[in-house]
Design a protein around this ligand. Structure first.
Ligand code: PLP
Length: 272
């Protein structure tokens, strides 16, 4: 089912499904929490291990993760599937960074359902894959019964994808070459920034895929933001992604090659 952007889907799915308890990772994209609040559901931040999850009627996973760049292992994806089957809970895998692997190859949850997709959906977005955020083009695949239910609601709630955008999505999805070029760009930028950050005391955590470096100096995230801001480098405080992110910052690989090279030079010069 085509979607106008995956943010809109994340924000409104708990409302559409009349969810009562919504799970999402402790360090996560904030819209999972906000979507639960919009629905009047109870938002519950959980550890990544699905075996530890409480009862719920909707659970989000996100691999590769925004903000950590962490990739779920096969066994973690299988645990999430097991949770869904045991509790009859909708498990939604936000896979919008799936094609941006680096040191680890991310895999879709649908690879491990053996075709039994009941209560499982995977969300993809052209925003990241093809740098088309302004088009608002995304799609969800998986359980056809669940998709049918959402479609019934959408007939009235709107959020249909305009046909010209659907054609643009088809064109982008029919080509993998530009994705490979972009993946290479992000990974080269990451390779340049990591040693520079390490040289001023940052430890890199996860950051195995996706668009971000997740790093810490063991200090309040705002302190790291300030230190980098003094070098003219804008990063996001990890606290934006939950209390467990309070000592990390997220650094996006989305600046230009020139800006990243310049940032590396400024970090290196700051040590002198
Ligand atoms: C994990 C995650 N999901 C969904 C989105 C939403 O992307 P879009 O609405 O552009 O498809 C983002 C955007 O940053 C994201 O990081």
């Amino acid at each position: 089912m085509p979607l106008i952007g995956s943010k809109e889907f994340v924000a409104w799915l708990p409302t559409f499904l009349e969810s009562k308890k919504v799970l999402f990772p402790k360090v996560a994209y904030p819209t999972y929490n906000v979507g639960a609040i919009i629905a009047g559901a109870e938002p519950i931040a959980v550890d990544l291990d699905a075996d530890s999850w409480p009862e719920s009627d909707l659970a989000w996973i996100n691999s590769p993760s925004n903000p950590t760049g962490r990739v779920h292992s096969e066994s973690e994806l299988k645990s999430a599937i097991k949770y869904s089957r045991t509790h009859k809970t909708a498990v939604i895998s936000d896979e919008c960074y799936l094609e941006f692997g680096n040191t680890v190859e991310p895999q879709s949850i649908l690879k491990f359902t053996q075709g039994q997709n009941s209560n499982i959906l995977a969300v993809h977005s052209l925003s990241k894959r093809s740098s088309m955020a302004g088009y608002r083009g995304a799609f969800v695949i998986g359980d056809s019964a669940l998709i049918k239910k959402i479609l019934e609601i959408r007939k009235h709630a709107g959020m249909m994808v305009p046909l010209p955008i659907q054609h643009a999505m088809i064109a982008a999805l029919s080509d993998d070459k530009h994705v490979a070029i972009q993946r290479d760009r992000y990974n080269k930028r990451r390779q340049q920034l990591i040693p520079a950050l390490e040289s001023i005391g940052f430890t890199i955590d996860f950051s195995d895929a996706g668009l971000y470096i997740w790093c810490t100096r063991g200090e309040d995230s705002w302190k790291s933001v300030e230190a980098l801001a003094k070098l003219g480098i804008l990063v996001t405080p990890g606290i934006f992604y939950g209390p467990d992110g309070g000592e990390h910052v997220r650094i996006a690989m989305t600046a230009t090659d020139e800006a990243i090279a310049d940032a590396v030079n400024r970090i290196t010069a700051s040590k002198a």
